[in-house]
Design a protein around this ligand. Structure first.
Ligand code: C2O
Length: 531
């Protein structure tokens, strides 16, 4: 691999959407931010310079960060934030991953405007396990707020209510023609007939899982979270915040001057308010040269998306995702069973895992761990199961008690972890896209109702389970994952719905060093920010 250098200047910059102009925190004056392109095996040196009053940190979402935990980015977990006037060089190497990931701010709600795609090409000379596409196009979903998202969340936390919802969803920063005062801000993708395009989809939205479809076209899913999958065709796909999906779009043999909508709108299972709107972009076929039909415009077709709460679509879509499990791309599912049962529970004022609502420390957990200064920063007593067992899917909650604390799980190097994440039903069932830093995990099972260890273990898929970094805990159900704790450091795990993270649906794992030098976390870089 080679070394690639990037410079991210975090600055304020005026952006107008929906006829509202706002000074947003952005990278290099771009919204969405710049794309990072690298190959598997490359080293990245990304210098982030903070020119804004806000504290900033950037997370390279889905990058495994083997031994380089100092570059992971969540504020107060692996680093103190970069303060105004300071800079920090994120230094990491991409090992064993290729596909699409993304980067985003990892402090407060700054990721509303600070995000961009990471495109990881295979090593030189190694082909994709599918035909080489004619072109590759990143499609990044986001959410636009007319108000400052930092104000939106801080007001919500002060009043204890739900935050105001966003004013639009966006494709590559553009809300599209279905919103008022927005037609000129429409993402347009020009295509030629009879070609294949690789769409690199990223859901960088703050708070909504999204359905996505292109009218009259079928998509072939080939990769999720930078892991190849067994290809399958679908009209519509579901992508949660924190997930990335590569799909192949084969254009029609000929459609001169035809245009089609591509749209995304939310999949909603909770009971709070949400942004029930649709972002649209346009797929536009180029007309053939000297076309006699150049004046014929077919009507703009809109795709049909599933109902807002179509959990059965979500379940079916999830079960179609399978690892390649081939000789070249094996599915090495850890076999040991160290079971921890988690109950993310959403309440109005707090969200928790195993009844612990996580409190952010004021110094970075990784520093405290590395220098043996955990005193007053965290406690290694995260409960291995909910402190008060109850019927998770019962309608009458009998357990709404949460403890506040910075409680972590400590794992010896190479522990095989099996984790069952159970949705609870405190204020109604809700799907939670849980994201784990530092690892890919295998999704070995999922179901509705309460997880039953006696019955459900037998049904696990240990042959070709999907491998990824973010998975939707089904609304009113559970999902079981396994991962091998082979990456020393401190690793955050949280719901990628930002509002749930703000309410405490987050926790951290500490993975201890192994015996060999190659199994130890490297020492921190000299420019690591101080709190
Ligand atoms: Cu993309 Cu901790 O998150």
């Amino acid at each position: 691999g080679i070394t690639r250098h990037y410079k991210f200047d975090v600055k304020l910059h005026n952006v107008t959407r929906l006829c509202h102009t706002r000074s947003i925190v952005s990278v290099n004056g771009q919204f969405p931010g710049p794309r990072i392109v690298a190959r598997e095996g490359d080293q990245l040196l990304i210098k982030v310079v903070n020119h804004v009053p806000n504290n900033v940190s950037i997370h390279w979402h889905g990058i495994r960060q083997l031994r380089s935990g100092w570059a992971d980015g969540p504020a107060y977990v692996t680093q103190c934030p970069i303060q105004n006037g300071q800079s920090y060089v994120y230094n990491f190497t991409i090992i064993g991953q290729r596909g699409t990931l993304f980067w985003h701010a990892h402090i407060s709600w700054l990721r509303a405007t600070l995000y961009g795609p990471i495109i990881i090409l295979p090593k030189r000379g190694i082909p994709y396990p599918f035909a080489k596409p004619y072109k590759e196009v990143p499609i990044v979903f986001g959410e636009w707020f007319n108000a400052d998202p930092e104000v939106v969340i801080s007001q919500a936390l002060q009043t204890g209510g739900g935050p105001n919802v966003s004013d639009a969803y966006t494709i590559n920063g553009l809300p599209g023609p279905l919103y008022n005062c927005s037609a000129k801000d429409t993402f347009k993708m020009k295509v030629k007939p009879g070609k294949t395009y690789l769409l690199r989809l990223v859901n960088a939205a703050l708070n909504d899982e999204l359905f996505f479809s292109i009218a009259n076209h079928t998509l072939t899913v080939v990769d999720v979270d930078a892991v190849y999958v067994k290809p399958f065709k679908t009209e519509t796909l579901l992508i949660t915040p924190g997930q990335t999906t590569n799909v192949i779009l084969k254009t029609k043999p000929s459609y001169p001057n035809a245009t089609f909508f591509m749209t995304a709108r939310p999949y909603v299972t909770g009971q709070g308010t949400f942004d029930n709107s649709t972002v649209a972009g346009i797929l536009e076929y180029e007309s053939p040269p000297n076309s006699l039909h150049s004046s014929i415009m077919l009507p703009l077709l809109k795709p049909i998306l599933p109902a807002l709460n179509d959990t059965s679509f979500a379940t079916k879509f999830g079960s179609k995702l399978r690892s390649l499990a081939s000789a070249q791309y094996p599915a090495n599912v850890p076999q040991k069973h160290n079971q921890t049962c988690q109950g993310p529970n959403g309440t109005k004022f707090a969200a928790s895992v195993n009844n612990v609502s996580f409190t952010m420390p004021t110094t970075a957990l990784l520093q405290a761990h590395f220098f043996g200064q955990s005193n007053g920063v965290y406690t290694p007593d995260f409960p291995s199961s909910p402190t008060i067992p109850f019927n998770y899917t019962g309608t009458q909650p009998n357990n709404t008690m949460v403890i506040n604390g910075t409680k972590v799980v400590v794992l010896p190097f190479n522990t095989s972890v099996e984790l069952v994440m159970q949705d609870t039903n405190i204020l109604g069932a809700e799907s939670h896209p849980l994201h784990l830093h530092g690892f890919n995990f295998f999704v070995v099972g999922q179901g509705f109702g309460n997880f039953d260890p006696n019955k459900d273990h037998a049904k696990f898929n240990l042959i070709d389970p999907i491998e990824r970094n973010t998975v939707g805990v089904p609304s009113g159900g559970w999902v079981a994952i396994r991962f091998l704790a082979d990456n020393p450091g401190v690793w955050f795990m949280h719901c990628h719905l930002e509002v749930h993270t703000s309410w405490g649906l987050k926790m951290a794992w500490i993975v201890l060093d192994g015996e060999l030098p190659t199994q130890k976390l490297l020492p921190p870089p000299a420019d690591l920010p101080k709190c």
